[in-house]
Design a protein around this ligand. Structure first.
Ligand code: IPM
Ligand code: MG
Length: 353
């Protein structure tokens, strides 16, 4: 049994839109476990911008650094759409990922029993889904040189440099192979090596790293084909390792294959296992404050936190089983065609615990 020498400090960064509603449910579930956890909250995203003029205030970043793990809601706020890019809510999550060197983003997707009807795919196709997307989170077009300029012909031009160096590719490749070893031993590296130099380097380095993992079956797929295969036959995938942009897109796509974007959690880890945990969904301003949001992705993110940062795998299993049984019993929020409020869904998970 893992014992904790001191109580673990969890930073709660609720953020914007539905973030506060869903993180509140995840916190209730964590509190119900009877573990020695301390919580501290701080504003982030548009909420922080409106309070302090900065989407990632120094105090919030400090808390994130001090904490043993971070539970993050979501950022994105229409009232901030006209702001300069560096003041936008999204900069907060990008800044946290970069400042804390959270380069490995794990996004598992699995169909919960009873949700076949919610999947965008045919039930027999959806039932086979049990995959993990390992998305690189510190590089790619997200963090390359970017800007707007006027061309010699007087046209406005936007640009974002896509680049990876081999060290960045190597460490995420290792994370992908290690994840495949813990699962079914299959790794599919997704790139666009038929067109992009960045992807050629990606592929070369992934092949080099493969030499250290003879027990993992490595394959390669172009990202357009991967998008197609994800809906044609998602059961073929075990672990997918890919870059920041492709991983962003493919993980949203995977979410609808298992029923709703309101179900998918994620872990963003550094080299040492410290992590930030967040639903893959955004702030959904259209339903914010109405108690309609699905808290499952946030609750499942808390489970990932227990497993990957707090050394409490049994507690993680308990939460995942409780979510599965609440869903199987028919408790569903509106995104899954049900009538449960956010809080009622949290109650159902707590009851199942
Ligand atoms: C995600 C989100 C973010 C991303 C946004 C909010 C910056 O879409 O976590 O998938 O693009 O990484
Ligand atoms: Mg996304």
């Amino acid at each position: 049994m893992v014992t904790m020498a001191h109580s673990s400090l969890i930073a709660i960064l609720p953020g914007d839109g539905i973030g506060p509603e869903v993180t509140a449910e995840a916190r209730r579930v964590l509190e119900a476990l009877g573990l020695d956890l301390a919580f501290e909250e701080a504003p982030v995203g548009g909420a922080a911008y409106h309070q302090t003029g900065n989407p990632l205030p120094e105090a919030t970043l400090d808390l994130a650094k001090r904490a043993d793990a971070i539970l993050f809601g979501s950022v994105g706020e229409p009232s901030c759409d006209a702001l300069a890019r560096h003041l936008r809510p999204e900069q907060a999550i990008l800044g946290l990922r970069k400042e804390l060197a959270l380069f490995a983003n794990l996004r598992p997707a699995k169909l919960f029993a009873g949700l076949e009807d919610a999947s965008a795919l045919r039930p027999e196709v959806a039932r086979a889904i049990d995959l993990l997307i390992v998305r690189e989170l510190n590089g790619d077009v997200y963090f390359g040189e970017k800007g707007m300029r006027t061309t010699d012909a007087g046209l406005r031009q936007g640009y974002d440099l896509m680049s990876y160096d081999e060290g960045e590719v190597r460490r995420i490749a290792i994370a992908g192979f290690a994840a495949a070893q813990r699962r079914r031993g299959k790794l599919c590296s997704v790139d666009k090596a038929n067109v992009l130099e960045t992807s050629q380097l990606w592929r070369d380095v992934v092949i080099e790293v493969a030499a250290d993992y003879p027990d993992v079956a490595l394959s390669h797929m172009y990202v357009d084909n991967a998008a197609m295969q994800l809906v044609r036959d998602p059961g073929q995938f075990d672990v997918i390792v890919t870059g920041n942009l492709f991983g962003d897109i493919l993980s949203d796509q995977a979410s609808m294959c298992v029923g709703s974007i309101g179900l998918l959690p994620s872990a963003s880890l550094d080299e040492g296992g410290k992590g930030l945990y967040e639903p893959i969904h955004g702030s959904a301003p259209d339903i914010a404050g109405q108690g309609k949001a699905n808290p499952c992705a946030a609750i499942l993110s808390a489970a990932l936190m227990l497993r990957h940062s707090l050394g409490q795998p049994a507690a993680a299993d308990r939460i995942e089983a409780a979510v599965a049984s609440a869903l199987a019993a028919g408790h569903r929020t509106a995104d899954l065609g049900g009538t449960c409020s956010t809080k009622a869904m949290g109650d159902a998970v707590l009851a199942a615990l």
